[in-house]
Design a protein around this ligand. Sequence first.
Ligand code: IMP
Ligand code: MG
Length: 422
Amino acid sequence: MANTILVGAQWGDEGKGKIIDVLTAEANIVVRSQGGNNAGHTVIHRGTKYILHLIPSGILRRGKICVIGNGVVIDPIALNAEIEGLRKLGITVGKNLLISNCAHLVLPYHRVLDEQRELRKGVARIGTTKRGIGPAYGDKAARTGLRISDLIQPRVFSKKLQAKVRENNSILQALGAKPINFRKVNESYLAAGETLRPFVANTVVYLHEALQRGKEILFEGAQGTFLDLDHGTYPYVTSSNTTAGGACTGSGVPPHRMDLVMGVMKAYTTRVGEGALPTEDASLAAMLHKMGREFGATTGRARRCGWFDAVATRYATMINGIDELAITNLDGLDSVDPIRVCVAYRLNGKRLKVPPCDAAQLQTCDPIYEEVPGWKSSTQSARKLSDLPRAARDYVNFISKLTGARLKMVSVGPARGQTIVF
Ligand code: IMP
Ligand code: MG
């Protein structure tokens, strides 16, 4: 395997966790380079369901090194809870996990600010995961954030935290929210820092040395292309670069060391949170929810669902430079007939082949659909392309062609084995 960047080609929740798990078999190192515990990657491993938020899914496989890169924002209490949770399930977390000393911290005032901003926005809210992600990245960009390297120097940390709590408490007060107790936060964060200390490293140097030794790295993207801070449906986005470039800035591995970009996309479209979803369809959502599918792994929220949007995935292919595609959740469409595919948008009488930059314009885009026949049978036990019904094969080929990248994998269920690889 080459050094591979894996990205979501839609609005997140494309099933990246499972594809990463499949790809990890061939990789030596798995890196998370952006986002925080807003992410929720579901992986079924030996019959047990794991939901990972901050730790790369590679942790479930023996002998793989997992790196949380400099571009990630870390809530140290949540990270410790995740480590503990994995250990309780028998997963080893020790020398196989490295945390960047440059990664920024999510602090309790970030979470309260996230909540307060959402509350104040009312109907214009983003629908965040309320994990404090936006305010934490905001502090990073404003150059007032605290980092892992601060956390493991108790005196430095306490001093910086005290000033930050003071500043944020005056903001919280103005918003009518409860102030943060410095002592409590200081104590719990320093304790969390002590637990995390053994994992902390200069991960940039580690990755470069690993590359020199010929190790192969898998970059595990979180969220999806249209939640990217620059390229997504702003302002209904997350606060990091979820697209391929984020893997470079968030890990310190330069672009020319990346060999391949794989894009993951569902056979239909989902989105959790607010913002435009041009192909949204209430009856498709009702059907998927009735099957017990499409509930958020982090917040439990029911995801919004719609038809496959090739305008979006084609754009995602361009921005990320997607070489190969993995189509997931094909089995979600097993009973649907006919199936609609959005091939273009209509905006003010004009036919668009790329999504408009403006959120309000995207909101008024009407999808132009093509209809294709469904297959009305289970695809869940298919293990090779020829096991799929003809209509399902035609469907995956059709949406790959529209998207413009080579089809590499089709996933027909949550288990590792329920994967067709080309
Ligand atoms: P935030 O990242 O919590 O600030 O949320 C911003 C937007 O991104 C909201 O619409 C969230 O629902 C969405 N979001 C954040 N993380 C994920 C994810 O891992 N999967 C899907 N949507 C996400
Ligand atoms: Mg998810």
